[in-house]
Design a protein around this ligand. Structure first.
Ligand code: 5GP
Ligand code: ZN
Length: 114
């Protein structure tokens, strides 16, 4: 837990969120400013700032996150229609929250990237 991290506070229940999934390793909730009919944020419970700050040992969190993403996509009905997974990293990407998170977007045809 990072004391000044809003996503750590969401995991801890100190900031409310609309939870869609939780297990031992992963927490997922609806984005507060959805960009598509399905816009969920999937985060590791461990505070990792971004892809750039991960080490090899942290890769296990990717397995947990993507297992959750598959399940969430099924539950929200976009597994067959398709969805996009995005993780912003650093300034040029527009990353705002410095806790590793995967945007899961779907429910409509998504435009080109960038
Ligand atoms: P980033 O630009 O860092 O990849 O995306 C951060 C995302 O977190 C944004 O899409 C923003 O709408 C979302 N977000 C920021 N604060 C909150 C919050 O307090 N609750 C929820 N549910 N989403 C948030
Ligand atoms: Zn955090």
């Amino acid at each position: 837990m990072s004391a000044d991290c809003i996503f750590c506070k969401i995991v801890a229940g100190q900031i409310p969120s609309s939870k869609v999934y939780e297990d031992e390793h992963v927490f997922a909730f609806h984005d507060i400013g959805p960009q598509a009919p399905v816009h969920v944020l999937v985060i590791p419970k461990k505070h990792l700032a971004s892809v750039s700050e991960m080490t090899g040992e942290d890769s296990v969190w990717l397995e947990h996150a993507f297992a959750a993403i598959r399940q969430i996509a099924k539950e929200l009905g976009v597994s067959e229609t398709g969805f996009r997974v995005i993780t912003n990293t650093g300034k040029d990407s527009g990353q705002v929250v410095n806790h590793l998170h995967f945007h899961v977007l779907g429910g409509r045809t998504l435009g080109p990237l960038a």
